[in-house]
Design a protein. Structure first.
Length: 525
């Protein structure tokens, strides 16, 4: 069965964006309510325990990715018996994973105070908070988690997004009431636990209805199980390294700089991570299609698609970086107040981190879709450990700057070069020089365009809200205009405009032709 890759990816992206906008807006309200009604330390605690649970989720060992990858071929061949046997295997794995997380999670309870520098809110019990968070994680594995793989492998993430929007709406209404009216943080966490269970159950019921032929039964051949276990073992180091990178910053800030600094930093990181979430939608929506394409298309076609996706990511990233540079500080002033502002240097470092993260993630998407985990197994681990060591050393001397710089260095000098080498030597079988040039050119253009936008925004001083509107308008308009002027003759840009025309029915290429004629000094008829 050949998956309709473009159609499914477009549908997944549309519904993913809708959900992401929704899931960006409502948690933003939750953070605001938590700061103003409970205090910034509660927000710090929330971030800390989220990171602790990310570490515990190492027990997942990459089972999810291995599960989805192993389904690509049987789905393409319509091999239902193999898919059922895979589901049976993964159901068993997830039961063990949930149990392992529960046991290790309880063992960590006595060590929680060592993760927090400074004071803790006097009216809260950190042990109860931790257990509630831990329970939500454990139940997410025990209750039909293996069925989510059917939606991912069939490139139907839009179904999961619809479920989340509906159920989470009710959850957030009740949680907002718990925080703003009752001022009860415990009830807030209990509701999160209950609705995690509800989401899992509803997702499982819909999976059963959409894929009635796929039930967890049967057994795989021994050599197939060994092959899957080997993939899981290879993915473990990737999972470990990625978790260290994602969680180290939070744990180090909490342990060395305190909950208040953690909450302030997380406000900044929350905004950037929310934007990253939109890119994750693109990556997630395309991964199954990429996996299917790597099986049925030529290497030349796959490399060309890779360059198109890279071009799209760099284009959008440039716009985002311009917005970050010009909007972070005025937005934070309006949102939480000037007392919770970090230095502009932090904003610049976050922009660098943002670009590197996206470029690295794009390569990882193709690496995961191709299943080249064994050759790549040590890269994330070495990158993550290096990041952690630099974190602990640099935070002592330059504080929050050292935390961000350590992550940037680990991406720039270890993670990115390594995964690009693996991707081009094992998937595309060609030199990465052209792609590296594309990345460097994109970075240079991003720096120039964002700097121009920053200068234009600083030329006009307005009241807070008007300043945000003005800066946003400048960034969106001028960054796109400059990008069009620079890339208007680029083959990737021409290809992307054709796709855009087909999807939207808007003849965007006519507009580009007008710009080309104006640049040549020709009169457009």
């Amino acid at each position: 069965m050949k998956i309709e890759r473009t159609k499914n990816a477009t549908r997944n992206i549309i519904f993913g964006v809708i959900q992401k906008i929704y899931m960006l807006f409502i948690p933003f309200i939750m953070r605001t309510i938590m700061i103003y009604f409970l205090g910034v330390e509660y927000l710090g605690l929330n971030s800390l325990f989220t990171s602790v649970l990310q570490v515990l989720n190492l027990a997942e060992l990459g089972v999810g990715n291995a599960m989805i990858y192993s389904m690509y071929k049987p789905i393409a061949e319509d091999d239902k018996s193999t898919i059922c046997a895979l589901m049976n295997l993964y159901r068993k794995y997830y039961r063990y994973i949930g149990l392992f997380i529960a046991v290790i999670g309880f063992i960590l309870v006595p060590f929680l105070p060592f993760l927090i520098e400074g004071s803790i809110p006097s009216d809260i019990n950190i042990y109860v908070i931790y257990i509630l968070n831990l329970s939500a994680t454990v139940f997410s594995y025990w209750l039909f988690a293996y069925k989510n793989s059917l939606f991912d492998a069939h490139q139907r993430n839009d179904i999961v997004n619809k479920i989340n929007i509906i159920v989470v709406t009710v959850q957030y209404i009740l949680q907002i009431f718990a925080l703003s009216v009752l001022k009860n943080y415990y009830l807030y966490l209990v509701l999160a636990l209950i609705f995690q269970i509800i989401i899992n159950i509803i997702t499982a019921l819909i999976a059963k209805k959409m894929f009635p032929d796929y039930t967890p039964n049967g057994k795989l051949r021994e050599n197939k199980i060994k092959e899957i276990n080997k993939s899981i073992q290879d993915l473990f180091t990737a999972k470990l390294g990625g978790t260290i990178v994602n969680s180290a910053d939070t744990l180090v800030i909490s342990a060395f700089l305190g909950l208040s600094m953690l909450a302030i930093y997380q406000n900044y990181f929350y905004i950037m991570n929310s934007v990253i979430g939109f890119f994750t939608i693109i990556f997630t929506s395309c991964t199954a299609g990429i996996g299917n394409s790597l099986v049925v298309e030529t290497k030349e076609k796959n490399y060309y698609d890779f360059k198109k996706l890279a071009f799209l990511i760099i284009w959008i990233a440039t716009i985002c970086i311009s917005c970050f540079l010009c909007l972070y500080q005025p937005f934070m002033t309006v949102w939480v107040g000037s007392q919770y502002l970090l230095d502009m240097k932090v904003v610049i470092l976050l922009c660098v981190y943002f670009y590197l993260y996206l470029i690295n993630n794009l390569s990882c998407v193709y690496k995961d879709a191709a299943g080249i985990w064994h050759k790549d197994r040590f890269r994330p681990l070495i990158s993550g450990v290096t990041n952690l060591i630099m974190n602990i050393i640099m935070v002592r001397y330059i504080g929050i700057y050292g935390v961000i710089l350590s992550t940037i260095f680990s991406y720039l000098f270890i993670a990115m070069p390594w995964v690009i080498h693996n991707l081009f030597s094992l998937v595309f079988f060609k030199s990465p020089k052209e792609y590296i040039f594309i990345i460097l050119k994109g970075a240079s253009i991003s720096v120039v365009i964002s700097s121009i936008c920053y200068l234009l925004c600083n030329m006009v001083k307005l009241s807070s809200i008007l300043q945000i509107i003005y800066n946003f308008s400048v960034c969106i308009f001028f960054s796109n205009i400059f990008l069009i002027l620079i890339y208007r003759k680029n083959p990737m840009f021409v290809s992307m405009t054709e796709i855009f025309d087909n999807i939207t029915n808007f003849k965007f290429h006519y507009f580009i032709n007008i710009i080309n004629n104006l640049c040549k000094g020709e009169k457009n008829v």
